[in-house]
Design a protein around this ligand. Structure first.
Ligand SMILES: [Zn+2]
Length: 507
């Protein structure tokens, strides 16, 4: 979902501290067996004040996601019929249909906003196109209302365009003020690894492939959107013998083997550890295309592209493919791609969890990103137990949300490591904290479960500050009879200098 660009300062918007304080009793469905969607609908219909809804707002329920007995019901919002960018929310209900938590992106009512544009869609599109170096395709332009934290709502023309920008391949959504013609914000959908490399091959692995006639395909037989393709022509790798690749890192089909193996293993991890059906939440994923002529890999909402290291080896390791598909998971949980410096840390947690789930002797699980290769002769590109070892920040500061997105992953990766492994490292390297405290880890399986369930409360107004609140709520929901998990989540955020938030959950 579109939000604003990363240059927006972190504000003080509150996630509505649920427990439903202040919500009318009539809005709290409590009868057993009430369908979660109906329960959420009833809550929305009662228009509690924390929705910041006017009489001109309407809400659209999206696909319900269930996890660990809780149903997460996302909603989008329209104002006078126009989509509200930043108007989304999630209602979490328990098995009895009772709402237990609500996260709301919008922080104030839209009020009385005229919805007649003063500039044309053509003029707005021209402004949008000027945000890229080259434009190869326009997906469309539509009128929206932008409800940005701490600012008055604006009518905007929203265009999504494809091409190249300063950072390379781009799929960019641009909001242009429909009254003044100014750019209100941009959102990049291409989320890359900043050029990691891995020529290493998983070796001899078992793959669940598809037989079509007399031809085998590198495509999952049960989940057909999970497949590996040659990026030249986008043809799914195929053959007559069901034997794939040759173990040589520069061989494109061998890269396809690694990528497909990781995608299937991650699919299994999501099911086994998190109860999620596929990377997209609906039993599928996206084609992984090997052959990008760049020291990089990316996800753009429709595909994953895998590039190569300086030795020409395709970089399809767990912490790269798992990371890119992690962007897809982020994109396909409420609120869309995480914002304000959190998107790369979110993807790294899924890369690490995938690597640990695979637990291959060819790639001993760790908390480095891209460690097997020498992309440019300097080993891994990120370090989760000591981000500063590779130039990223160990500790959160007020400038983190506006920093370069990969560097901004440092505090979040550090938090995840402390949550999973603790300061001792528990068999992994020791990790220091920003406040000289000692933390005992919960293990990576609990850590990723807390992370994922927090993402189900995500809105388009995500940030490190919100993730602190959402992960605390997730720990509380997942482990209702223990405060150990909650306290560890809290201690780990404090240990990376993400401060306590007004109204955050307590245990
Ligand atoms: Zn990334």
């Amino acid at each position: 979902m579109f939000r604003t660009n990363l240059a927006v300062a972190v504000g003080t918007a509150t996630v509505v501290a649920a427990a439903l304080t202040g919500v009318p009793a009539s809005a709290q469905p409590s009868a057993p067996n009430v369908a979660p969607a109906a329960a959420a609908d009833a809550l929305i219909a009662a228009r509690p004040s924390y929705l910041h809804a006017s009489s001109l707002d309407t809400f659209q329920r999206r696909q319900v996601i269930s996890s660990e007995g809780i149903n997460y019901v996302p909603f989008t919002r329209t104002y006078k019929g126009f989509p509200v960018d930043g108007g989304d929310l999630v209602v979490a209900t328990d098995a009895a249909g009772k709402a237990v938590y609500t996260s709301v992106a919008q922080t104030s009512p839209i009020g009385d906003l005229a919805v007649t544009p003063k500039i044309t869609d053509t003029a707005a599109l021209a402004t949008a196109k000027a945000q890229l170096k080259t434009v190869t395709n326009v997906e469309g332009t539509k009128l929206v209302v932008v409800a940005e934290e701490g600012k008055a709502a604006r009518l905007a023309w929203q265009s999504t365009i494809n091409g190249t920008g300063a950072e390379g391949v781009s799929r960019l959504t641009v909001n242009v003020d429909a009254i003044s013609g100014a750019v209100l914000g941009t959102k990049e959908h291409v989320t890359n690894v900043s050029g990691t490399g891995n020529g290493w091959i998983y070796g001899s692995v078992t793959l669940d492939t598809t037989l079509s006639g007399s031809t085998y395909l590198l495509q999952d037989p049960s989940h057909t959107t999970v497949k590996a393709q040659n990026a030249t022509g986008n043809a799914t790798f195929s053959g007559t013998d069901n034997v794939w690749g040759n173990g040589v890192g520069t061989n494109r089909e061998s890269g396809g083997v690694d990528a497909f193996y990781v995608a299937q293993k991650q699919y299994a991890m999501l099911s086994s550890w998190l109860g999620r059906s596929g990377q997209n939440g609906s039993g599928g994923a996206w084609p992984i295309r090997v052959g990008l002529n760049d020291q990089n890999a990316y996800y753009d909402g429709t595909q994953v592209q895998i590039g190569k290291n300086t030795a020409g080896q395709w970089i399809a390791s767990a912490d790269v493919v798992g990371h890119e598909l992690g962007h897809g998971i982020d994109d396909n949980t409420p609120g869309g791609i995480s914002a304000k410096g959190t998107q790369e840390f979110v993807a790294d947690t899924f890369g690490a969890a995938t690597e640990w789930y695979i637990n291959s002797p060819a790639d001993a699980p760790d908390y480095l990103v891209g460690e097997e290769v020498n992309l440019v002769g300097s080993g891994p590109i990120r370090n989760m137990y000591n981000p500063s070892a590779l130039g990223d920040s160990n500790c959160y500061t007020s400038s983190t949300p506006t920093g370069e997105v990969h560097a901004a992953a440092g505090p979040g990766n550090h938090w995840f490591y402390l949550l999973a492994q603790g300061t001792s490292g528990n068999g992994q390297p020791a990790s220091t904290t920003c406040n000289s405290t000692t933390i005992t880890g919960l293990g990576i399986q609990k850590a990723i479960k807390i992370m994922y369930n927090a993402m189900l409360l995500k809105t388009s107004a995500s940030s490190y500050l919100k993730y602190r609140v959402w992960t605390l709520q997730a720990a509380k929901t997942l482990y209702p009879s223990s405060c150990t998990e909650f306290n560890t989540v809290k201690a780990a955020w404090t240990a990376v200098s993400v401060p306590a938030q007004s109204g955050e959950p307590t245990c």
